[in-house]
Design a protein around this ligand. Structure first.
Ligand code: ZN
Length: 106
């Protein structure tokens, strides 16, 4: 008994690899790969056999995916910016240090 889903890559069944060949002589096919459902296959890897199939799916369905959580305005992270002097192998230099401001602590 194996627990699997078919790879969601729209072109998975067109890749010329031996592990996709199914059927008997005279009526062979390239078949979509199975993706085993294990504790190691998490996130996108529980639905796609490869990064390539994930990319194909994302490119084909990007509008639908974006419609789930559209970004209509920019997000901002409050920060403090300071200039700090550092010693390097070529002498002193100024580094711009960005620190996140924690708004939760008041
Ligand atoms: Zn695939």
């Amino acid at each position: 008994m194996s627990n699997f889903v078919w790879c969601h890559g729209p072109s998975c069944h067109t890749s010329h690899t031996q592990d996709r060949i199914r059927g008997v002589k005279g009526s062979k096919v390239l078949r979509t790969k199975k993706v085993q459902q294990t504790t190691y296959n998490t996130g996108m890897y529980s639905y796609f056999c490869s990064q390539g199939c994930y990319n194909d799916f994302a490119h084909k369905h990007v509008r639908e995916v974006i419609a789930i959580a559209p970004r209509t305005e920019a997000l901002e992270t409050p920060i403090n910016v300071t200039k700090e002097q550092r010693e390097g192998w070529r002498g002193t230099y100024t580094e711009t240090v960005i620190n996140r401001v924690d708004n939760n602590g008041g």
